[in-house]
Design a protein around this ligand. Structure first.
Ligand code: IVH
Length: 685
């Protein structure tokens, strides 16, 4: 126990601002100090209870004296105020990436060219882990964290300061070390990541809340780091390892080893346990082999080893190629692959009604995890890879927790393998399946299919539809499971009593949901029409139909040629409308909705101006909330256009994780770039 490190402060006795300032300083210093022991060194020197008390006292004082709250207060680590968008931060020195190699020969030729260029017989290297996360840059001025940014395109990154502050291992104030005083300005780099344990926890939580799980810890970390609301980041705990210095006034480091050993003295977390000085390239290759063996036992994901020349003078002598340095390489591990038998292909009906083919495999252990199922993504993927039932297939787990089928081992075919045929009927409800015109996706056509019902209710209550706030997936599912919701109209007969009988509904929340539902009866005809979810009828078309036909009765009886005569309605869409209304269930629904008092005729003029009218969007990189088709559909429903190439006419480029050339082009053309969260916020607004 370390009594000197716990300030004793009696909050009741603090009555002046001057005293408050002194107390706040003492508390902040103490908390920063203990954060280091707890989070960086992983060995706290006070009890949790004592730590909590310090934090609580600080919060109390800051509430009382809000103007004494600083940007580097430990209380910032629970998340600051949400923002509209992430600002951009230029990097003082470009953040380059590394040349990647996959085999020993390439490592040996890297070494050979280093030795030649440096005229040395042997080079000293530092081998480090290659953490599979996101690179960040942290800027400290006068010992305080002022800016944190992502790599972005290498020249300019996104401002993630508030989010990085929630990472407990990041010191908001540098520690002072007796031998190495912190520099006046320090720019350092490292990798933000999410541990396996935290990743699994987060995904479990997401599944409970019926949100799609993240495919791997890297995507999860990217999502958390680029949040607009730091409070959300704080709930998805991230970690960091620092590995480089870009600027440190007053310091000239001689070696990378010195860098790695100096950073901890200022309070940073460095992975010294798995960093090694290697005399000659063979020792680096040994390190790679050793780490490859241990990789499944590490609590975080790594995808290789980084080999860097230790001497900074030698690094400078070798300099840079266009995109990467000549003095370092990333020697990646091979993806974790195994072969096994593909026993069968089944389909899974997702929450949205889409059918996803799933590979049923003879169980196989891949890197410590037993795998018996893997996703096949979609129908065209099976076709493209020519995967047949009975095949021996290669299955991969590449940083991804969800295993993938890479492809068949054709040499092992016996001739008894069978091509996959999509079932004729939905495995959940037994009704017909429809396949998209590009043959990529299949969907169950039965709107009362339990899986489908969820989808149609979700669509019906969405913002552009009936706009029923307070009805998210969780509640939609709950209402369906309780048998209270069997179709659109049943929503309008829900009572407060029905709801209060359910879990997680109090009197107030029940009443407010019933009020919301009642209020939705005022939604205009075109919103109701959109909410019905007629296949191929987006928001624009719904408006057009409302404008042309002005009542559902006229629309229901419209003939094919009447529909096709309308500009922008093609034969496929016209047929879809006719098919929809020729179904008895749909006609019955319309009658019920009329009875419930919804607008099934256009009362006023249908507005034609759309929020995204005249705007063009390009999606790039990996999106986590939607796939590209879905994102494009959202844009189109709001009157915008989604295209695949960036030009000066593009309004926004929406960049997900690992966006590449399109993002670079957008920056070059000065096209505004939105993160996925910013895009989500834009739709909401
Ligand atoms: S050094 C010039 N060290 O790998 C040196 N990078 O493709 C630049 N990474 O963008 C990076 N672990 O995000 C370095 N120990 C490590 C690393 C590491 C992971 C990432 C980093 C970088 C990418 C390189």
């Amino acid at each position: 126990m370390n009594k000197e490190t716990i300030p004793t402060i009696d909050i009741a006795k603090i009555t002046t601002k001057k005293d408050a300032r002194i107390a706040i300083k003492k508390l902040s210093d103490a908390i920063h100090f203990h954060n280091y022991y707890y989070y960086v060194l992983d060995s706290p020197i006070i009890k949790d209870r004592e730590y909590d008390k310090l934090l609580f006292q600080l919060q109390e004082l800051e509430e009382k004296y809000p103007d004494l709250k600083t940007a580097t207060s430990p209380t910032q680590q629970v998340g600051g105020a949400p923002r509209e968008e992430l600002g951009l931060i230029p990097h003082p020195i470009p953040m380059v990436s590394l040349k990647t190699v996959y085999n020993e020969d390439d490592v040996l030729s890297f070494d050979a060219s280093c030795r030649t260029d440096l005229s040395l017989l042997e080079v000293e290297y530092i081998a480090e882990l290659k953490f599979d996360g996101l690179a960040v840059e942290l800027v400290y001025e006068n010992g305080e964290l002022v800016v944190a940014s992502t790599r972005g395109d290498g020249q300019t990154g996104e401002d993630v300061t508030a989010n990085v502050k929630t990472i407990k291992e990041v010191p908001l104030i540098l520690m002072s070390h007796k031998d190495v005083k912190p520099p006046a300005r320090l720019v350092i780099r490292g990798e933000v990541y999410m541990s396996h344990a935290r990743f699994n926890e987060l995904n479990k939580r997401r599944e409970d809340e019926e949100e799609d799980p993240f495919a791997n810890p890297r995507n999860a970390a990217a999502g958390a780091l680029r949040q607009l609301d730091p409070a959300v980041t704080a709930k998805r705990p991230l970690q960091i390892f620092l590995y480089g210095v870009a600027e440190a006034t007053g310091y000239t480091f001689e070696t990378q080893w010195q860098v790695l050993n100096t950073l901890p003295k200022w309070g940073f977390k460095v992975n010294l346990q798995y960093s090694r000085i290697c005399n000659g390239i063979n020792e680096a290759l040994d390190f790679h082999r050793e780490v490859n063996e241990k990789r499944d036992d590490l609590p975080y994901e790594i995808d290789g080893v980084v080999i860097k020349i230790n001497s900074i003078a030698q690094q400078e002598k070798l300099g840079m190629r266009v995109r990467d340095p000549r003095w370092a390489i990333a020697y990646k591990f091979k993806a974790r692959q195994e072969t096994t038998k593909l026993l069968d292909i089944t389909v899974q009906v997702g929450r949205t009604g889409r059918l996803t083919p799933v590979a049923e495999l003879a169980p196989v252990n891949i890197g410590g995890v037993e795998v018996s199922r893997a996703t096949l993504h979609n129908l065209s993927e099976i076709e493209r890879k020519d995967i047949r039932i009975g095949d021996t297939v290669i299955v991969e787990r590449a940083g991804d927790v969800i295993p993938q089928v890479v492809g068949p081992v054709e040499e092992q075919r016996t001739g008894s393998e069978k091509k996959y045929n999509l079932p004729k009927s939905c495995p959940i409800c037994g009704k017909a399946i429809s396949v998209s015109s590009d043959k990529k996706y299949a969907e169950c056509t039965n709107r009362s299919c339990p899986a489908q019902l969820r989808r149609s209710i979700g669509h019906f209550v969405c913002k552009a539809g009936m706009d029923i706030e307070g009805l998210g997936w969780k509640r939609v599912n709950q209402l369906i499971d309780a048998g209270l919701v069997t179709g659109f109209a049943s929503l309008y007969s829900l009572t407060v009593d029905d709801l209060t009988n359910l879990d997680r509904f109090g009197d107030r929340s029940a009443r407010s949901l019933v009020d919301e539902i009642t209020k939705s009866k005022e939604r205009p005809f075109h919103s109701v029409l959109f909410g019905l979810g007629i296949p191929l009828v987006g928001f624009q078309t719904a408006k057009l139909l409302a404008k042309e036909f002005r009542s559902v009765d006229r629309l229901m009886n419209a003939k094919l040629d009447e529909l096709i005569a309308i500009d922008t309605i093609g034969p496929e869409m016209a047929q879809s409308i006719i098919t929809y209304f020729s179904d008895n269930t749909a006609r019955k629904t319309i009658t019920e909705l009329k009875k419930a008092g919804l607008n099934l005729t256009a009362k006023e003029a249908v507005p034609s101006e759309q929020p995204f009218s005249g705007m063009t969007f390009v999606f790039t990189g990996t999106l986590t909330k939607w796939n590209r088709d879905e994102a494009s559909e959202i844009v189109e429903n709001l009157g915008g256009k989604a295209t695949s190439s960036v030009s000066a006419n593009t309004t926004y480029v929406v960049a997900g994780a690992s966006a590449g050339s399109k993002l670079a082009k957008a920056n070059q053309l000065g096209v505004k770039v939105l993160s996925e969260e910013e895009f989500a916020a834009l739709i909401k607004s």
